[in-house]
Design a protein around this ligand. Structure first.
Ligand SMILES: [Zn+2]
Length: 196
């Protein structure tokens, strides 16, 4: 297979190239647990996918096709009026991690992902990995920053009747689900309900 049979390839380079989003494609950035599940759900319907050294997934979609999405753990990188966004794109023949690589390589029939199919897979993966959607803004137990995409990760026991609900941002929700006793302790000592 020569590269001229492919619908698109990054510029020939020996290293990661920052490419402007909104020029050939928009990119959908997805946190590792949600992305992993969405990739499995998409099966053969996925287009090419980049995975970076942190495990974050990037799907390429047609320009403007995902601009209005609101999913937890997902960010749509598209051209904005007042901001230029670049995505680091690995050479087409980087197929192995853990460095940034093409998790699903570009191919003659593998490039952009159908935005509707991707949205369905991400919505299902979001619900499966992060549970029911919670409205409003909450404080993440771990980074102590407000998040617009709170995930319920647990409930404080003891103390007042019912206890306080513990929230996390999508990035830190998996930390809690590992039931690391130190994380739990941290949450109880430093959580927003601490001292209440
Ligand atoms: Zn957090």
């Amino acid at each position: 297979m020569t590269t001229n049979t492919l619908p698109w390839t990054p510029p020939a380079a020996t290293d990661v190239e920052p490419l402007r989003v909104g020029e050939s494609w928009d990119a959908v950035r997805v946190s590792p647990p949600v992305g992993e599940r969405a990739l499995a759900l998409l099966g053969d319907d996925t287009g090419a996918v980049i995975q970076d050294a942190h495990g974050t997934f990037y799907w390429l979609v047609a320009i403007g096709s995902a601009a209005s999405w609101h999913l937890r753990g997902t960010r749509v990188l598209c051209e904005l009026v007042d901001e230029v966004t670049y995505l680091g794109v690995p050479p087409a023949d980087w197929h192995d991690g853990p460095r940034i690589h093409w998790r699903v390589p570009l191919g003659p029939d593998r490039y952009l992902t159908n935005a509707r199919l991707l949205w369905e897979a991400l919505a299902a993966a979001d619900h499966a990995e992060l549970g029911p959607r919670v409205e409003g803004r909450q404080l993440c137990f771990r980074c102590q920053l407000p998040t617009d995409e709170p995930v319920i990760v647990g409930q404080e026991h003891g103390g007042s009747l019912g206890g306080g609900i513990i929230y996390a941002c999508p990035t830190h929700a998996p930390d809690y689900q590992r039931h690391d006793p130190l994380v739990l302790l941290d949450a109880l000592r430093c959580g927003p309900e601490a001292g209440a």
